[in-house]
Every structure is written in C-alpha cells, then in structure tokens.
Design a protein around this ligand. Sequence first.
Ligand code: BES
Ligand code: MN
Ligand code: ZN
Length: 479
Amino acid sequence: MNFELKTLDAAAAAGHKTDALIVLLSAEAKLPAGTLAKWVADARKSGDIDATPSKLLTLWHPEGMQATRVVLVSTGDGHAVRVRQAVTAAMGALKAAAPKHVTVCLPDANAPCLQAAAQAVADASYTYTATKPSAKAAALKRVVLALPTAAKTKAAKPAFEQACAQVAGVALAKEWGNRPANHATPTQLGKVAQGLAKHKRMSCKVLGPKEIEALGMGSFAAVARGSREPMRFIVLQYNGAAKTVAPTVLVGKGITFDTGGISLKPGAGMDEMKFDMCGAASVLGTFEALGLLQPNINVVGLIPTCENMPDGLALKPGDVVTSMSGQTIEVLNTDAEGRLILCDALTYATRFKPRAVIDIATLTGACVISLGHVRSGLFSPSDELAQALSAAGEAALDPCWRLPLDDDYAEGLKSNFADVANVGGREGGAITAAKFLQRFAKDYPWAHLDIAGSAWKSGAAKGATGRPVGLLLQYLLTA
Ligand code: BES
Ligand code: MN
Ligand code: ZN
C-alpha cells in the first residue's frame, strides 16, 4: 500500500480522480466553499449527516465530482479516537466496492488524527494470506491523505512520515504474530531480523544454542530444552546517533508457542498461544519503522525466542536453574516461562549502558483479567519513564495503564530452594510477574509492558493487532 500526502482545496477535491473520497467532518471544522461544502450544508439541514461520531452518508458518482464515491463521515468533536472510528466506519461502507484508490480529506494537520486515519485505512484493508492461498489480497493500492491548504500539508509532513513508518511496522508485527507456530519458528524470526538489517544504520546478530549457553543464559536455555526447535537470541541494533549516545533497549518475549510445558495448559483455545511471540513481533515491527524513518537515536532490540514444550528433557516443576545474573530460580510452574527467558535478556541488556530498557511481553493471563483488551499493563519504578510511556500510548491511540510495584507483592516469590521462585500466588499475578523481572533490571531505568490483552483479538476477528508498535515508536521519537 502506497501513501501520499497532498493538498486538495475545494476545486482540487472536485477534480480529484479516486475510487472513494472519504471526507472527515468534525462538528466545528468548515470545508472550503465549493461543491462539497454545499452538499454537506444541505445534508446537515436534512439531518442525513450530523455531529454523531461515525454517522456517514455515501454518494455515488456525484455530479461535479471526479470521485466515483464520496463518503461524508462525522468525527464528532474531532478527537483522534473518533477519527479512527470514522475512517473505520467509512472503510466498512466501502468494503463491497473494494476500492483500489482511496483519498481521505482531513480538516487540518493534527498529528494524532493523521496517524489515526492512516492506521485505520491500513487496518481495514489488511488481509492475512501467508498460509491461506484462498484469501483475496486487499485491492487497495494507493491511499492519499489530503489537507485543504499547502501550509497545512507542509506542517503535516513529519506526522505523515511517522504514520507511514508506523503502518509498515504494525503490518510486520501483525504478519508475524498471525503466522502459526510451524510457520514462525525461532529460526524464522531470526531470518526476519536479519532481513531488517538491510535498512541503513541497522545491524543484526542471531545467536544459536551454543552461543546462548556460553553466555550463561541458563534460565532461557532451560525453557528451550523441551523443544526440538533450536532457540535463538536476536540482537538488533539501530545506530542513528553517535556511539556515545546511550541507547534505548527493547526486549521482546518470543515464545513461538506456549503449551505451558510440563505444567501443560488446558486444550481449549491453546492455538492462541502462537501469539506468545507478539512482544518479539512488536520489536521487529518497531525496527522496521526505525529503518524507514532513520531518526537520530540509538536503539537496541533483544529477542529471546524458543518454544515452551513438554518433552523428556523439559523443565519439571521444582527444577532449579541458574540465570545469567547468577541468581538461581526455582521453577514451580513451567507455564511461567516468559519471565524465565526475559530475565536473561534483561541481564544481557546491561552491557549497552542503556538510558532505558523496556520489555514487551504477553506475560500473564492475570493482566487480561485486570485491564481487558483495551490497555496494556505498564510497570516501572521510574515515574519519569512511566509518564513518558503513558503519554506516548495516549498520543498513538495505543494506550497503557500503570500498575504498582510495591515490594510486598514480591512476598510470594520466596523459595526454600533458590534465590527466587518463578511464580507467586494467583492473586495480583501480573504484578508478581513484574516483580520477578524487576530483580533482573536493577542496572538501568526499566519498564515492563504486559501486552497479554492487547496484542491479539480472539473470536471471529481472531488476529494480531500489531500493538504496541505505535506506542513504542511514539516513545522513541519523543523521549
Ligand atoms: N503466555 C502466557 C500468558 C497468557 C495467557 C497470555 C493467556 C494471554 C492469554 C504465559 O506464559 C503464562 O502462561 N502465564 C501464566 C503464569 C502463571 C503460571 C503464573 C498465566 O498467566 O496463567
Ligand atoms: Mn506460559
Ligand atoms: Zn507464555
């Protein structure tokens, strides 16, 4: 899909050839006088269009317009959330027509609105085809985002570029999130990362079992031991600033399938555990966006990736493993494997002397119970980092919510046989998981995003969302 930014005043909009012209109407914003403005005024008088968000009116081959279809859609107060809903509704109305070329007319250069519109168009036309040859690839090839004046177009340029990069990053994260575990193995994720290194200023190193063992990542390696698929540790680097500038490190959980191991999960819905690498996918997607944008910052991406399987060599409840940090861990439940692979990656992160480390993981079912599918869980002992990530989530319409990290929550992680146990009780499970990780993230400002509820959708719309690529990109570009 190709995005363009264009100026279309009233006359140009009338003469603009496109399969569908989507015109966003906020309650306040006025259209430049012309054919469109007259219709809108008339339709408002007749009540066919009003300020109700997402209310829409479709015109077919309207006289005096070159567009095949014109969709007038209300964005209510004009907030980015309403813009996203309005564009989604308009794209829904156009579904049967399968337009190849869509133009969205925005009233002004508001960055969140522009990004919301671009992402909504992309999401509406995304089709998964990798293992479904019968699926028809999306027809949409060309998307024009239009503003009414040249000055507004100029002001919108940076937001437009960020929007295009975000769309590409989200698409990559969705694509790999959606692929089944036998088409998205640790080896294949390593290849995807190596492919990203084609971007300027980007490099990639993929470590295999021998190298991972040699680093002393005993906790990560113990999880991988139950699977025939060899583990990988992916190190991506984007160097857009001087070597002396401390990087931000992103750590993504890459469990390509989580059976629970010997603490086997129930069968119902277990297929969704192919999504247990969505943290890793979000790191890959964010690097794709960085590669396209080329900002002047340094970023490191770390991805421990393996399967969690039951096997003769698999971890058993009660086993004690030694992490790269030297801390020993009693594995009371082999289904709490995410923290076991992340803790070694967090220790590895220290060598980059990072300004901040953010891990992203589909870590706990408990987080889904706490926050549902709307907001990701955010944990950080640093108010500053938590504030920056929260703000980035709001701006990118990829929101998160901070949960506490009081030391009392770590009580349940005490072990008689190791420095720490890998599970506490059932209660406050998302927080005890974060408390476990915190023990390995003492050397730098750290935050943890639990995306168990936000990374994918279940039911009829089952599929990866590409979150939190939008949040991460927004944070990296503004922090
Ligand atoms: N990948 C799961 C978390 C998960 C479960 C995400 C369901 C989304 C939906 C993780 O590895 C896991 O199994 N966590 C356990 C932890 C428990 C054993 C302490 C959980 O949440 O049940
Ligand atoms: Mn698990
Ligand atoms: Zn898991």
